[in-house]
Design a protein around this ligand. Structure first.
Ligand code: ATP
Ligand code: MG
Length: 570
């Protein structure tokens, strides 16, 4: 890239992947075409790391007039399942992206098989009958060359016959593999005769029993890119060391089709840093273990870093996008602070969450000078950030629920909530003064008594009177019982993947879920729908759980109003 383009790109804030794409387009590479793909393996649900990857795949195509396809990298029938395919598509759509076409690596099994046959015939691949341990023992180290397999120089015809047998089911799993014959002394270990095919007798979710040999990642990924016409194959940094092999196989393929070289087409792999989040794991294997062993409530447990987990917990797609933009794309792996994701969520939910009242730990408050049967409808603003969200009403009466923690028997001077002899404002209603309280036999506060000032209702002459505290409340006769689920970090350590602890299960946070059964919410929430974004005033952002019904309301805490966690734990 010339200096001038680089300077303008940096001014525009383009990340290095975009810069590479822009410069390839400028140079007219690939006939000016731009094509990317998002290539998940259908062996689990997508997590927030995948969202970082596909935001770039789809985002770049969108921004520069290209095409992005969805390709299922389904080359290992043992771990994969069609179930996952549907959920992967749902999560990408939820994040707001649309693919052009759907492809499957398994669609290329025949082409890949034919390519392997060609390599064998050309003396560039051979069937090795050693065990995987023997093969590993001969690999050498980065500074020491490997040793050649005794099967390396067997006649091509022999390899051809054996490879066919591997594919008809006559050869047991693990008994033979096909290896590319490249260079056992290459400093890049991936060139030391990599295994390119193995025998698997498990039926494939799409191709059934047609194949008994399956290509390895390195023999499938680049070729699939090439067959599809992918111009920029964007992936994570761990594939950087695989890139020379990616290019090697592409070179071998291009040889066959001069036609394509003429157009100047050649896929290019570009690597960026993975997303790693504090207090969680991203490995699909570990996430699957949590699900299978019932340590979480399924893939969409709101504590999981999966996209369906975040959706169920009340994160908006925008908040996830915001976070991904905040951390950006670089060439250096890092551990991203989950507090940043939470900050992004607060910022976005502030704009879209409906403000309501909920009392999570109720204690009764009685306004002794308020008429017994009187009920007033108070106006509550749905969202001060969004005038178009309108208002709703909330009933006020003589007996209310307030939060237990909003009352103190003997309070210090700076306590701005309720305590005998002091005034507070009840949100959207009156100023009250605490006169007395009653305790039960265990010494717990049972009832709090107050008097209200009728001239202080919002909008009335005395309503501007200065009082320090404002409390939320619910009329006991006009509210609904609810279950509220409070979630915390899934793991108790910052980076569970780095811990010496052999069993990652031992690192789970035992207090990651607290279920509160005796909560109340305002009647207005009867009409709320699963996944609706809410703010329980003074408490945090919440949403309606997918299992919630009008008879049995369930809410999830998405994130608190403030970052109390890092203050408490650092
Ligand atoms: P596995 O652990 O099964 O290999 P994976 O997390 O690599 O799974 P894939 O389905 O192979 O999952 O990933 C699809 C794409 O998402 C790949 O291009 C991969 O590089 C990218 N990806 C996976 N994890 C992350 C992550 N944490 N951050 C950014 N991109 C990721
Ligand atoms: Mg992978």
């Amino acid at each position: 890239m010339n200096v001038q383009i680089e300077e303008t790109n940096e001014k525009k804030g383009l990340n290095f992947v975009e810069q590479a794409v822009v410069s390839d387009l400028k140079e007219g590479k690939n006939g000016g075409r731009l094509q990317t793909r998002f290539p998940p393996e259908p062996n689990g649900y997508l997590h927030i790391g995948h969202a970082k990857a596909f935001s770039l795949d789809f985002g770049i195509a969108q921004k520069y007039g290209g095409v992005c396809n969805l390709r299922f990298d389904d080359t290992n029938p043992v771990k994969e399942d069609t179930e996952y395919i549907e959920f992967i598509m749902e999560d990408i759509r939820w994040m707001g992206f649309r693919w052009e076409n759907i492809y499957y690596a398994s669609d290329y099994f025949q082409q890949l098989f034919d390519f392997a046959i060609r390599l064998i015939k050309e003396g560039k691949a051979y069937v090795d009958e050693q065990s995987s341990e023997e093969i590993a023992a001969q690999k050498g180290t980065p500074t020491q060359p490997g040793r050649e397999s005794p099967y390396r120089n067997r006649p091509a015809q022999e390899s051809l016959e054996l490879f066919q047998k591997m594919n008809t089911g006559e050869i047991e799993e693990g008994a033979m593999v096909l290896r590319a014959k490249i260079d056992m002394a290459n400093p890049n270990m991936h060139f030391r005769d990599p295994v390119i095919y193995r025998v698997i007798h498990h039926p494939h979710h799409r191709t059934g029993d047609t194949w008994k040999v399956y290509p390895m990642y390195d023999f499938a990924h680049g070729q699939s890119d090439y067959f599809e016409g992918v111009t920029h194959s964007i992936c994570t940094l761990e594939f950087e060391v695989h890139r020379p092999l990616y290019d090697y196989f592409i070179d071998e393929l291009i040889e066959e089709k001069d036609l394509v070289t003429e157009s100047g087409y050649r896929p290019r792999q570009i690597e960026f840093n993975r997303l790693n989040l504090t207090y969680t794991v991203m490995s699909k294997r570990k996430l699957l273990t949590l699900v299978k062993e019932g340590l979480v409530d399924g893939w969409d447990d709101p504590r999981m870093p999966t996209l369906c987990g975040y959706r169920r917990r009340g994160y908006s797609p925008k908040s996830i996008q915001k976070f991904i933009n905040m951390i950006g794309y670089t060439k250096f792996d890092a551990l991203n602070d989950v507090a940043m994701l939470e900050a992004a969520a607060r910022e976005d939910l502030n704009l879209r969450a409906t403000r309501v009242s909920a009392v999570l730990d109720p204690v009764k408050l009685i306004i002794t000078n308020y008429p017994q049967d009187q009920v007033e409808e108070m106006e509550a603003i749905n969202n001060p950030e969004d005038a178009s969200a309108g208002v709703h009403t909330i009933e006020f009466s003589r007996e209310l629920w307030i939060e237990r923690e909003d009352f103190m028997e003997e309070a210090p001077k700076k306590y701005f909530r309720l305590t005998p002899g002091r005034e507070v404002r009840l949100k959207n209603a009156y100023i009250i003064e605490c006169t007395s309280f009653k305790k039960n036999e265990e010494g717990e506060i049972e009832e709090i008594y107050c008097e209200y000032d009728p001239n202080t209702r919002s909008g009335m002459p005395d309503s501007n009177r200065k009082v320090k505290g404002t409390l939320h409340w619910l009329s006991t006769r006009h509210c609904l019982p609810a279950e509220v689920r409070l979630y915390d970090r899934l793991f108790k350590v910052e980076n569970p993947s780095e811990e010496k602890e052999a069993d990652f299960r031992a690192l789970l946070n035992p207090d990651s879920l607290k279920i509160l059964k005796n909560c109340y919410v305002e009647k207005y929430l009867l009409q709320a729908k699963p996944y609706d974004y809410l703010q329980f005033q003074r408490i945090g952002y919440f949403n309606v759980d997918k299992d919630s019904t009008p008879e049995n309301l369930i809410f999830n805490r998405t994130v608190g109003l403030k970052d109390t966690w890092s203050r408490m734990n650092k």
